[in-house]
Write a protein of this length. Structure first.
Length: 301
């Protein structure tokens, strides 16, 4: 039986390696799909051949059923032996008839027996040929049935492998998308230029902002300032860097030593000068916006 170029796959071939990237997974899916398409074509061809083989078996069976029962039972060897005996008998009777030993009727009987022997031999040979064709057709159909079953089993297995590879491809693509998103998030990370406390956050996840926009405000609470109004009469004795005493009016009164950071030399319309005093808040106990009282120690006389 010819396989007509069929490419039946081996069920024991090694499994594909696990894909490492989305591209590898997609390539594996394409390769498996190509193999599955090839195998599907093989299954289709085998199915057609199996149908033809079944038709050949039917034809051979009908031919075998048309053979008369006696001829079916007789072998070619037995029919050949009967033919040889009838031939010898006909030759012997013809010689005896020529010698005048037997009557014409015996010759005719021998000729009829010989004709029957010839027909039996031909029928036996035809029966042997038909039965041989039937046996070959049944054998061919059995082989095709086996190959078709193997091909269908392999096709089912390969279809499962394609589905699994496709799932792996989707998983790898999802991982790649997640990795790309994480890289984007890392690339859009904004680090504060200095250490401090966040007091105002103006953006959230997913917001789109224009260049130069204020995203957040940071303050350094380790050093606080307080602004006080000082009359002009007190200004001559105050200088930048001069000491000051700051008392915070809160639930628990706190005092801090500070220094003058800036002086406003020009008085306001009310005649008061703005003086800014800076003091430390290392323990972070004080908060901006709390009321405070400032005093400036007198210089020793």
């Amino acid at each position: 039986m010819s396989d007509q170029g069929l490419s039946i796959f081996d069920n024991n071939e090694p499994e594909e390696d696990e894909p490492r990237t989305a591209e590898d997974a997609a390539t594996q899916v394409r390769m498996l799909e190509l193999g599955l398409n090839t195998l599907d074509r093989d299954v289709s061809q085998l199915s057609v051949q199996f149908i033809r083989a079944s038709a050949n078996v039917d034809v051979a069976s009908r031919a075998a059923s048309s053979i008369p029962t006696p001829q079916t039972r007789d072998s070619v060897a037995r029919a050949q032996a009967g033919y040889d005996r009838a031939t010898l008998q006909l030759e012997r009777v013809r010689k005896l008839f020529a010698s005048g030993v037997v009557a014409r009727q015996e010759v005719e009987d021998a000729e009829i027996a010989h004709a029957l022997a010839v027909e039996d031999l031909q029928q036996a040979k035809r029966s042997q040929e038909v039965l041989g064709d039937l046996s070959a057709a049944e054998s061919s159909r059995a082989e095709l049935r086996t190959e078709l079953a193997r091909a269908e089993a392999r096709s089912e297995k390969l279809a499962r492998e394609v589905a699994l590879a496709a799932a792996r491809s989707r998983h790898q693509q999802a991982l790649a998308a997640l990795e790309a998103l994480q890289e984007r998030i890392t690339a859009t990370r904004i680090d504060a230029p200095v250490a401090g406390t966040l007091t105002d956050l103006r953006v959230g996840p997913g917001d789109v902002v224009a260049a130069g926009s204020v995203l957040a405000r940071l303050v350094d609470l380790t050093r606080l300032v307080v602004a006080v109004q000082v009359p002009s009469s007190e200004m001559p004795r105050l200088h930048i860097g001069s000491p000051a005493q700051v008392v915070i009016s809160s639930a628990s009164e706190a005092a801090r030593a500070g220094t003058i950071r800036s002086l406003e030399p020009t008085p306001a319309p009310n005649g008061m000068h703005r003086v800014v005093v800076e003091f430390e808040n290392r323990d972070d106990q004080l908060l901006a916006g709390q009321p405070a009282e400032v005093s400036f120690p007198s210089k020793p006389s």
